[in-house]
Design a protein around this ligand. Structure first.
Ligand code: BDR
Ligand code: CA
Length: 316
């Protein structure tokens, strides 16, 4: 069993990944922590509570950061053209969900849960890395107590999606991402190199909805405008970014990876760019030296990943 804390900014693709984590028989979802990104922290937290209620998820929800780790960073408008005004593709969601939020801020929830389960917790982070960076700042020892960190973020040998060189989750808080990627824990980086080629078509999702229960039908409903948005890049389908990271937890054999130290560019025209120094490559002394070697996905068996998502979501 993999004990997972899911750090998320729901978010259309975040919602699918949440249902995957909830339904996979080898995953024990022990916490949901929210982060701003696809919408404000109020909205992403409300959405997490909504999905928890609709899908009967037992895991507590803890509310996370509302601003970048360096609060002087300038915030850009929420990506409503991607995830809708309400972060869930504008499906009807009540303003307030009558469920309690964990009293701790997300980063402290992470620290305390990791300390209570030493060596057992996998952090799956599919939004900005702010909560994880805050947890490391407050309690650096947790790096040695976490089992694995799997993140959706970054791009290495392909273009970005919010700038020619940067991916949204990393670009949204580059300083936080650099802290997370250079800390002494094992991070698996599932970036656009693999998520941008892992797409689910509208008809495939529709077929799942026809066979599935209420949760899968809701997923189909909330994904429609996201699929419309992806018209520029995908033929009538969507990239399932965050689900790829969740799939890695249970099926790492479906990914091809390389290892090396990873840094994030902070500032300038390449703000938020992720750069790996692959292990074994020699360069003059530089900013990648002496850092932990992380695992970066460069290949994926997309069809099998999509098939596993389907099989898992249709389990009840
Ligand atoms: C990432 O950014 C968000 O819009 C998605 O939820 C995903 O986590 C893709 O770049
Ligand atoms: Ca996300």
């Amino acid at each position: 069993m993999h004990k997972v804390i899911y750090d998320t900014d729901p978010g259309v693709d975040d919602a699918m990944a949440l249902l995957f984590l909830h339904r996979h028989p080898e995953i024990d979802l022990i916490g949901i922590t929210t982060i701003f990104g696809n919408a404000s922290i109020e909205t992403t937290t409300r959405n997490a509570l909504f999905l928890k209620r609709e899908w009967n998820i037992a895991a507590p929800v803890a509310k996370g950061a509302s601003v970048t780790i360096d609060p002087s960073r300038h915030e850009r408008p929420w990506p409503t053209m991607v995830h809708g005004e309400n972060g869930l593709g504008d499906m009807p969601v009540p303003d307030v969900i009558d469920l309690p939020v964990d009293p701790r801020p997300a980063h402290r929830f992470i620290i305390e849960t990791v300390r209570a389960n030493p060596g057992e917790v996998t952090l799956v982070a599919v939004g900005r890395m702010t909560n994880l960076a805050l947890a490391l700042k407050e309690d650096p020892e947790i790096a040695g107590l976490v089992k694995d960190v799997v993140i959706m973020g970054g791009n290495f040998y392909v273009p970005g999606n919010v700038s020619p060189v940067a991916e949204a989750n990393i670009h949204g808080d580059p300083e936080a991402a650099d802290i997370v990627l250079t800390a002494p824990w094992k991070v698996v980086v599932i970036g656009l190199d693999v998520t941008a080629v892992t797409t689910m078509s509208r008809s495939y999702l529709g077929d799942m909805a026809a066979k599935g229960d209420k949760a899968v039908k809701q997923l189909d409903e909330l994904s429609q405008s996201y699929i419309d948005f992806y018209k520029h890049a995908v033929e009538d389908g969507m990239m399932v970014h965050d689900s790829c990271a969740s799939v890695y937890v249970v099926a790492p054999e479906l990914f091809k990876t390389i290892t090396g130290s990873v840094r994030v560019v902070c500032g300038g025209i390449a703000d938020g760019q992720t750069v790996i120094k692959p292990d074994g490559r020699r360069f003059p002394p530089g900013d990648w030296d002496g850092l932990p070697s992380q695992i970066v996905a460069t290949g994926i068996e997309s069809e099998k990943v999509i098939g596993l998502i389907r099989e898992t979501l249709l389990r009840v």
